[in-house]
Design a protein around this ligand. Structure first.
Ligand SMILES: [Zn+2]
Length: 364
């Protein structure tokens, strides 16, 4: 039932997008979320509950909003796409609660969902709910299992703590380096996982197009991706915990800027991608513990001497910072981390427009 709802809701979403496009071609205007909802009321058919139809309009509305927002900023952005089956994995439900769209029944341990989704689903609860549950998503992951994500409101964040801060820099050889000389190594299983992924990708590529065996290999590759993502996430949580427990504020580079600086080094851009996941997790954890995460402009953090401020030019391959003017010697990443920390400190050369980061994605 879930699989057919997933497929039917995807078709409905695509139809909504088609409607939006046609309407634009005819009138030069975009349909609002409200108009979409009205146009598709009662269109759920056999498999899609009304609450899911509404979330489809929400999803499309958000996609359009993101598109216009990024376009306004002058960024390169494509119009929302029609969704193929391999880009559509979740069914969203609106309101959580007894007698509402979705509810985890404490008496039976079953997940109550609309009739079209099976009324009561057997679930294995991984951890207790915290805060006030608001909505839920049913997600089909690459391991072939369905997961339910229950989104909870955690209430007001605690008061911000006072105390010492730390600067963290993205490392190339290591995952990260901090201003106290600490380094976060890349765990060895990252490399092992990457190797297994390469092997799986090659196997998929070798097999004949559209064959059963190719599909099977692609599934294996997707599973390996999922495994790596989970390992990275787990490691990011542990690293974030380490810093959140020890410091009152944490300074990091503003990625929006470093991404715009366009680095031509593959290794660097890959490190940045993992870094942005880490920062998301760090920010959420910090928020719950009253710790500030402060973003600073990244310009010259690796070139400038953190002791005297002199610019010391070095290419990416130079691992050690050696200052010709004051004689300061430090690991390249540690020196950068010290500069990052200095920019976040109240007395530092903080630039307007930068500052405390607020959590972004609630769904990690
Ligand atoms: Zn110096």
């Amino acid at each position: 039932m879930l699989l057919s709802t997933l497929a039917e809701s995807r078709h409905l979403y695509n139809e909504m997008l088609e409607t939006v496009k046609t309407h634009y071609d005819e009138t030069g205007k975009f349909l609002s979320r409200y108009d979409l909802n009205m146009a598709f009321k009662g269109r759920g058919g056999e498999g899609v509950p009304q609450t899911v139809v509404q979330t489809l309009a929400d999803r499309l509305g958000k996609a359009l909003k993101r598109f216009f927002h990024r376009k306004e900023l002058g960024q390169k952005v494509g119009f929302p796409r029609f969704k193929a089956a391999n880009r559509w994995h979740s069914i969203q439900l609106r309101q959580y609660g007894s007698g509402r769209d979705v509810y985890l029944d404490p008496d039976t341990g079953k997940l109550r969902v609309p009739k079209k989704l099976g009324s009561r689903l057997k679930v294995k609860q991984h951890r207790p709910l915290e805060g006030t549950p608001k909505t839920a998503h049913l997600v089909l992951r690459a391991d072939g299992q369905w997961y339910v994500l229950i989104v909870c409101d955690m209430g007001e964040a605690p008061e911000k703590r006072d105390g010492a801060g730390v600067g963290i820099d993205v490392g190339l050889k290591v995952l990260a380096a901090d201003s106290d000389g600490g380094v976060v190594e890349n765990p060895r299983y990252f490399r092992r996982g990457a190797k297994r992924l390469r092997i799986a990708q090659r196997r998929t590529a070798r097999r004949k197009k559209r064959s059963h065996r190719k599909k099977k290999a692609a599934k294996q590759t997707a599973k390996q991706h999922l495994k790596i993502a989970r390992q990275r996430k787990d490691h990011a949580h542990k690293t974030a915990r380490y810093y959140v427990d020890r410091y009152a504020f944490i300074a990091v580079e503003d990625l929006r800027v470093s991404n715009m600086l366009q680095n031509h080094h593959l290794a660097k851009s890959i490190a940045d991608a993992g870094w942005s996941n880490f920062i998301n997790i760090l920010t959420l954890k910090a928020e719950n513990a009253g710790v500030r995460v402060i973003e600073v402009p990244p310009h010259f953090t690796s070139q400038r001497c953190s002791r005297c401020g002199e610019i010391v030019q070095k290419s990416l391959s130079v691992r050690t910072h050696v200052c010709g003017s004051c004689g300061y010697v430090a690991d390249r990443d540690e020196n950068a981390a010290r500069n990052i920390l200095a920019r976040a400190e109240p007395s530092g050369s903080n630039v307007a427009g930068y500052g405390e980061r607020s959590p972004r994605s609630p769904l990690l």
